[in-house]
Design a protein around this ligand. Structure first.
Ligand SMILES: C[S@@+](CC[C@H](N)C(=O)[O-])C[C@H]1O[C@@H](n2cnc3c(N)ncnc32)[C@H](O)[C@@H]1O
Length: 290
């Protein structure tokens, strides 16, 4: 038997996969979807030929993409674990949550406290289809279909109001979502609106595609090519500068080690990992409201 594929669903899997016949009519299997392309990179099965085609094109210019996706999931898990176990956060708002895979936010948070509450937000109808299955098994977690470009509709959503008590610290997760907002969609404004109601002791975690510019010219070139491929095929994908990404944290204080390649956040990579997966084109950080 071969090694487990990245993202293969393990024993902690508790979201049933809807059969194709049960997919909501809004799921368009003729156009690629960000959530499903990412699912393919993570080794999931919730994707269609059109998604695999885009993913394979991206692989040609960025063969490390599946490993980068895996690093993003591991960053998510370390960030949520930090917020839940070390800072006592008990409620999480996950914007652009994606399709379920291994080590989802609720699983990490509820290992620390089974009562921890999680609201998953995504605009992909397939994510909601999974959410319905989840709702039946986990009363502390919910999934809503909403658009990050309308952040007020998220904050005012009845289920967000029911699950999230904004007078207590919240873990706001914007992981690999803001790079899917184009500049004219004002990702900094979206992040600011979502941060605004958070009280002291709350956290914001961001992961984002990055163009390191002159600091790493070869990676900058790869970022520019990847951006072109993504935009031609998915209509989205921005590799922003470190300074642009830092804006998403507002006046929250970035925790050590700052905004860094994902595999380097709060972990000492082994020598072989250091060379191969510290991608300067995919960075993340966590910040706290003082
Ligand atoms: C690359 S996945 C990231 C999933 C997860 N946050 C992670 O980091 O593993 C990006 C997700 O953002 C969602 N997304 C993209 N644009 C969105 C928008 N405008 N509103 C809500 N969700 C969006 C996609 O459907 C997809 O599920």
């Amino acid at each position: 038997m071969g090694a487990a594929r990245v993202g293969e669903r393990g024993e902690d899997w508790d979201w049933a996969t809807p059969a194709t016949g049960q997919l909501p009519p809004e799921v368009d299997t003729t156009k690629p979807s960000i959530a499903r392309v990412y699912d393919w990179f993570l080794g999931g099965k919730d994707n269609f030929a059109v998604d695999r085609h885009v993913a394979e094109m991206a692989l040609q210019i960025a063969p490390g993409a599946p490993e980068a996706g895996r690093q993003n999931r591991l960053f998510l898990q370390r960030a949520v674990h930090h917020m839940a176990a070390e800072a006592g956060v008990r409620q999480f708002l996950d914007i652009g949550s994606g399709l379920p895979t291994q080590g989802n936010v609720h699983q990490v948070a509820q290992r620390v406290d089974p009562a921890a509450r999680v609201v998953y937000v995504d605009n992909d109808p397939m994510v909601l289809a999974h959410g319905r299955a989840l709702l039946a098994t986990n009363g502390s977690t919910t999934v809503i279909q909403a658009d990050a470009r309308e952040p007020r509709s998220i904050l005012d959503h009845p289920q967000v109001r029911e699950f999230i008590d904004f007078s207590e610290p919240v873990g706001l997760l914007m992981l690999s979502i803001l790079h899917h907002l184009n500049d004219e969609e004002d990702p900094a404004g979206v992040a600011a609106t979502l941060r605004a109601p958070l009280t002291s002791g709350s956290f914001v975690a961001v992961s984002h595609f990055c163009n390191p510019g002159d600091a790493a010219p070869e990676s900058a070139q790869q970022a520019a090519t990847a951006e072109k491929v993504f935009n031609e095929n998915l209509g989205t994908g921005r590799w922003r500068s470190n300074d642009e990404i830092k804006e998403y944290f507002g006046d929250f204080e970035l925790l050590e080690p700052g905004l860094v390649p994902l595999a380097g956040w709060r972990i000492e990579p082994s020598p072989e990992v250091r060379g191969s997966v510290l991608y300067p084109t995919y960075v993340g950080g966590v910040a706290r409201k003082a």
